[in-house]
Design a protein around this ligand. Structure first.
Ligand code: MTE
Ligand code: HPA
Ligand code: MOS
Length: 763
């Protein structure tokens, strides 16, 4: 069973937003951006732009008929700047023209006068000035302050991780059409159709019933379109509403990179205490999240950092505090892992720091502290059906960790100018939206009279294969062939009030709703069969479209039953609702049971560093992963491979750089390097752990979207291991990404220091 889409993708047949046939009379939109990162917005003068050929209208904040507000969690973000500008690239005005070229050519003719104000880019500086997006949060278990005295070893340090550009292949965009009675219909490249609908309704001063949002598929989202597809949908809709013409708005790559938020960079402090047996007794961490100029999803991302601050280890005394800091960068947002990777990087840094200073292998400390069944996370949920040790031990045995270590050490003995490094990265990721109410979904299933089936849910296909999984759930539950199932576009008029496709929970939530709807339909149809065929209902099944009575073929098929149901006036449609059971979380005590379950796994990474150049290769990533009972091993394997490589990119190549004026310097693919085919480790093994899955996972097939990104963190520590093999005295800071430049500096810190001293001496 494969992913259903790729054949059409590679033939160019799949329809993305920009492939939608354009309607006659369409206007093209381009966005005027703030030229400065912070300042008072004195004036916006569009008169020169309006004289340009083809320009139809320039829309400003004052033209908004409803509320100029698109903040999702905190209402702190205008759609179009008003009064002040808070980041470079902030939308200030929308130019509408008869052609894309005319719209873009007019941008430079809109004058934006800004009186500059001081620019903040550093989260620690922002926190010191009290610039917080929301109040700080602390997760606490035990008493870390009292525990230090009882520790044999205590270590402290600083860890920093950089941002990450989503670089979905399809840039942000939307196409809006005016509808009858003053409404709008929007085709949007969004993970959150309901968010686009809700905010557009507010902006236009309409009821949500007047705004329809439709999504066919995304050319990638990775979290970047969970909340940040909304402005483009709302702007296109605003244009369509005001002109009564269709409006298409698609960002070009560089505009997308400048204007949209990314993974949050973090700067963090840690303190860790161990006993004489290397058991972790206490852990404290303080996280400074670079939130950007508006809250966006930062408070939720911050919370997930705290949820994952102890990764897959049991620690009895923990105090973890997180600050969401307001800076003058584009608002940072969801990105695969949603703050979890940032939290895990810090605890792994603390473990490496302790191991290096104690002169033991990090793996010694990691293995001794893995979660066991029933252990409490700092938020008090117990680890249930815990596979942390199984994942570690399977990886260590299957990929022969002791032999790998010996090989790396032997290689390093034999080579002066090349060094290898090794690291093990165990992961544990909680599955569910941490906002309990968001864990709900609906499915609308129609069986047509010929026996074919249409399924609508709130799930958005973005390459992760959720449509394939939903089709499988429907086919399996109804007992019919996959060819009969069509998964429809995601549309707010068919399935309402949806959560975004995010948190790795899309297949679980929407798949469970689909399962419920299909079960109800199956039951209805089998009841009819029982009457029609005078057979006992209890023994009836449908398998391969054949009706079975007590396991033996009966005289009916799926097609016959469906047709009979129609003529008997039995409903062939069903709308089911699913809400994950048992979840609760109190955001004041930071305790509860927020996750349906956890996903476990362990990766073993080996690298080779060229110690003359600082360049390196990731030689192997070998993973033992907990899929539960995968309903689609091919799709799931693709998620592990893609997620791991994306994580390696975050930890190695991808260096997001803003200058002190808040201008993005890594603003194109020349300056921002993402992994390519050559970055994929030549050995990328994935072993499917033998685990039962979880009853709260769809058909016991566990969520897979985000967890593998965190395997990439192992690459940072493997590189660190290699650098220390070359230069055991190197005092490498815990700072990711570990770019080749950084490797070189860490191989020869004395040289860099001398260079600096010489430069200072020269003045
Ligand atoms: N895989 C592909 N190909 N494209 C994507 O945009 N997004 C990731 C992950 N895998 C993404 C992807 C993110 S951030 C999430 S939360 C999940 O997929 C969302 O889908 P799921 O809930 O169906 O796993
Ligand atoms: N994960 C991903 N997206 C989200 C979450 C979450 O926990 N909460 C709100 N949006
Ligand atoms: Mo994924 S970051 O939850 O869209």
């Amino acid at each position: 069973m494969n992913h259903l889409d790729p054949i059409r993708h590679v033939r160019g047949e799949s329809q993305y937003l920009d492939d939608v046939p354009e309607q006659h009379g369409t206007l093209y939109a381009a966005v005027v951006e703030s030229p400065l990162a912070h300042g008072r917005l004195l004036a916006v003068d569009a008169s020169a732009a309006l004289l340009r050929p083809g320009v139809v209208r320039v829309i400003l904040a004052a033209d908004i008929p409803g509320t100029n507000q698109i903040g999702g969690i905190v209402p702190d973000e205008p759609l179009l700047a008003e009064g002040h500008v808070h980041f470079r690239g902030q939308p200030v005005a929308l130019v509408l023209a008869e052609s894309e070229h005319a719209a873009h050519a007019a941008l430079a003719h809109v004058r934006v006068d800004v009186d500059p104000l001081p620019v903040l880019t550093d989260p620690r500086v922002a926190a010191a000035q009290g610039e917080l997006l929301v109040p700080p949060r602390t997760f606490r278990i035990g008493d870390s302050a009292a525990a230090w005295a009882g520790c044999a070893h205590v270590f402290e340090g600083v860890a920093e991780s950089g941002g990450q550009e989503h670089l979905y292949i399809e840039t942000q965009g939307a196409y809006a059409f005016p509808t009858e009675m003053g409404g709008v219909r929007i085709i949007s490249s969004t993970q959150g159709p309901t968010a686009v609908q809700r905010h557009t309704a507010h902006v236009l001063g309409l009821g949500m019933h007047q705004v329809e949002v439709d999504v066919t598929r995304l050319g990638g989202g990775f979290g970047g379109k969970e909340d940040q597809a909304t402005p483009w949908g709302a702007l296109a809709a605003l244009g369509a509403f005001l002109t009564r013409r269709p409006v298409k708005l698609v960002l070009d790559r560089m505009a997308d990179m400048r204007m949209t938020g990314k993974r949050h960079p973090y700067s963090s402090d840690f303190k860790i205490g161990l006993d004489a047996d290397l058991k972790i007794v206490a852990y404290e961490a303080t996280f400074y999240q670079n939130g950007g100029a508006a809250a966006d999803l930062s408070p939720a991302v911050l919370e997930r950092t705290l949820f994952h601050s102890t990764n897959t280890y049991f620690i009895p005394n923990v105090t973890a505090t997180a600050y969401s800091c307001r800076t003058n960068l584009p608002p940072n947002t969801a990105f695969r892992g949603f703050g979890g990777p940032q939290g895990m990087f810090v605890i792994e840094s603390a473990l490496a720091c302790a191991a290096e200073q104690l002169g033991v292998a990090t793996t010694e400390i990691q293995r001794r502290n893995l979660l066991r069944e029933g252990d409490l996370f700092p938020y008090r949920q117990p680890a249930e059906l815990c596979h942390a040790e199984q994942a570690w031990d399977t990886a260590a045995q299957r990929f022969d960790l002791p032999a790998r270590r010996r090989e790396v050490d032997a290689f390093n003995q034999a080579h002066r100018w090349q060094k290898q490094g090794l690291a093990v990265m165990p992961i544990c990721f909680g599955i569910s939206f941490t906002k309990t109410a968001m864990n709900q979904a609906r499915a609308l299933v129609h069986i047509y009279t010929d026996g074919t089936v249409g399924v609508s849910t709130g799930a958005v296909e973005m390459g992760q294969g959720v449509n394939t999984k939903i089709a499988q759930v429907a086919a399996r539950t109804l007992g019919i062939g996959l060819h009969r199932i069509k998964v429809e576009s995601t549309n707010t008029t068919r399935v309402a009030n949806t959560s975004p496709s995010a948190a790795s929970a899309t297949a679980d939530l929407n798949g469970k709703a689909t399962e419920l709807a299909c079960r109800a339909l199956r039951e209805r149809i089998l009841r009819l069969a029982s009457t029609e065929l005078s057979l006992d209902y209890e023994g009836l099944h449908i398998e391969n479209e054949q009706v079975l009575a007590a396991g033996k073929p009966a005289d009916s098929t799926w097609e016959k039953l469906v047709s009979a149901a129609y003529w008997q006036r039995v409903s062939l449609s069903e709308n089911a609702h699913y809400a994950t059971p048992d979840l609760h979380f109190d955001a004041t005590t930071n305790q509860g049971y927020p996750f349906a379950y956890h996903v476990y796994g362990t990766a073993l990474t080996t690298v080779t560093v060229d110690c003359r150049r600082g360049t390196y290769t990731v030689d192997a990533v070998q993973i033992a992963h907990d899929f539960g009972q995968s309903i689609n091993p091919q799709v799931d394997l693709g998620q592990i491979e893609g997620g791991t490589v994306q994580g390696i990119g975050w930890m190695t190549l991808e260096e997001l750089v803003y200058n002190d004026e808040g201008r993005l310097l890594s603003n194109s693919l020349n300056a921002y390097k993402i992994p390519d085919l050559y970055s994929v480790p030549p050995v990328l093994d994935v072993h499917f752990l033998d685990t039962p899955g979880h009853p709260r996972a769809v058909l016991r097939s566990k969520a897979v979207g985000e967890p593998p990104l965190m395997y990439g963190i192992g690459t940072y520590f493997a590189l660190r291991d290699a650098v220390r093999a070359f230069n055991p005295d190197s005092t490498i800071s815990f700072s990711a990404p570990m770019t080749p430049e950084k490797v070189l500096v860490n191989l020869y810190p004395e040289f860099v220091g001398a260079g600096k001293a010489a430069a200072v001496a020269r003045g």
